[in-house]
Write a protein that binds this ligand. Structure first.
Ligand code: GN1
Ligand code: MG
Length: 371
């Protein structure tokens, strides 16, 4: 425990009126953007015995999220909508300060506190049942918000999934090359540019108005689903920071590029990187079992290609961040973002090889759950 950090977390707890003596904390090293802590307080369990009450405390990354207040408004609206529809269900609750805000904005950053849900998460999974459950959880999230007007939400990160803009930014930054890193990443940049039109297909369809705008989660990594510690049933979809208007393919594609990769998303061992069709199938089944009846034919057609799109888009983002000296994504070593780029490229290449099979699986699952 770092005493300075502990003191700061304790002060944040005071601002959010957390009761009981501060006991301990641990940093949860998940997520590439925000800092997340589990903080433990001592409480009376009602019989005079001490019990530990945990909370989740987060410092929001203001480099990534320029409009944290709008971000909290989005989360409040979405969680409120879910709470109304499912008053007895598990939900995220953000604590309020004395002046009824769900955040504090201070010189060291933007802090918030929510309930801690005892659970397990999975960064990678061999258990196909868990993958299917994650698909159901994200599909269900899509469904519970299908009657929520997406235009009520702020675009907290404008053009988040505008692949074309992401490419334009990369091209401009490669040109400027402020940290003299472009030469080293030439092969990666060239490959990404060679598939640019294909990678921008979803953005182009959106621009032509061919796809309905929905409320999307926009960060559907499998570790954003909490599972019951014993039964491994899905409990709750978390990390609502990027909830915004979007396309169903953004959520489906992002989930697949994370969960169905044979390797971790920052594996240097790109020989092993690739798309696991079994995982793809399980996730598609779970997701479509919840969503097939509401998705349009055109949306279904976009699901398999969206996986390629999202892998390329993230490769472009990782590479751009590398070129800029990694100001956005947390890194553990200087080449980290380049390694991540290579991994997403290897995955995208393998997806191209397997695209027909992926598409066949999506169509078969959709037909099954529409029947
Ligand atoms: C970031 O911080 P985390 O892991 O929730 C990023 C996602 C990327 C992901 C890649 C707001 O998510 O878009 O897909 O890293 N979130 C933001 O690991 O940029
Ligand atoms: Mg996230």
């Amino acid at each position: 425990m770092n005493p300075q950090e502990a003191r700061r977390l304790q002060q944040v707890g005071v601002a959010f009126k957390l009761e009981g003596p501060f006991f301990s904390y641990e940093e949860i090293n998940q997520g590439n953007v925000n800092h997340t802590y589990k903080v433990n307080y001592v409480r009376d369990d009602g019989t005079g015995m001490a019990t530990i009450k945990p909370f989740l405390m987060q410092k929001v990354n203001l480099y990534a999220f320029k409009n944290p207040i709008q971000l909290m408004e989005n989360i409040d609206r979405v969680t409120e909508h879910i709470r109304k529809k499912r008053p007895d269900g598990l939900n995220l609750h953000f604590h309020h300060t004395a002046d009824r805000k769900t955040y504090i904005m201070e010189s060291d950053g933007f802090w918030r506190v929510c309930n801690y849900v005892p659970s397990v998460t999975f960064d990678s999974v061999d258990d196909i049942g868990i993958v299917r459950s994650a698909g159901e959880a994200f599909g269900d999230f899509q469904m519970v918000l299908s009657d929520f007007d997406p235009t009520q939400l702020h675009y907290t990160i404008p053009d988040f999934h505008n692949t074309r803009k992401r490419y334009e930014t990369l091209i401009a930054d490669l040109e400027k090359d402020p940290c003299a890193k472009a030469a080293e990443a030439r092969a990666e940049a060239e490959w990404l540019l060679s598939v640019m039109e294909k990678a921008c297909s979803l953005t182009d369809m959106q621009a032509r108005g061919e796809l309905p705008l929905r409320v999307t989660h926009n960060d559907t990594k499998i570790n954003n689903v909490l599972f019951d510690e014993e039964t491994h049933a899905p409990l709750l979809v978390i990390d609502l920071d990027t909830v915004m208007p979007g396309l169903v393919g953004h959520d489906f594609g992002d989930a697949i590029r994370f969960a169905a990769n044979f390797t971790e998303e920052d594996s240097p061992d790109t020989e092993k990187t690739g798309l696991d069709l079994n995982v793809f199938w399980a996730f598609a089944e779970g997701f479509l079992s919840k969503t097939a009846t509401v998705l349009t034919e055109r949306e279904i057609e976009t699901l398999a290609p969206s996986c390629f799109v999202l892998a390329c888009e993230l490769a472009v983002r990782f590479l751009d961040d590398y070129i800029l000296g990694s100001p956005y994504f947390k890194t553990n070593y200087p080449e980290h973002n380049l390694v991540r780029t290579r991994c997403q490229i290897a995955l995208a290449k393998d997806m191209l090889r397997k695209m027909d099979a992926m598409d066949a699986i999506v169509r078969a699952s959709a037909a099954k759950y529409r029947a």
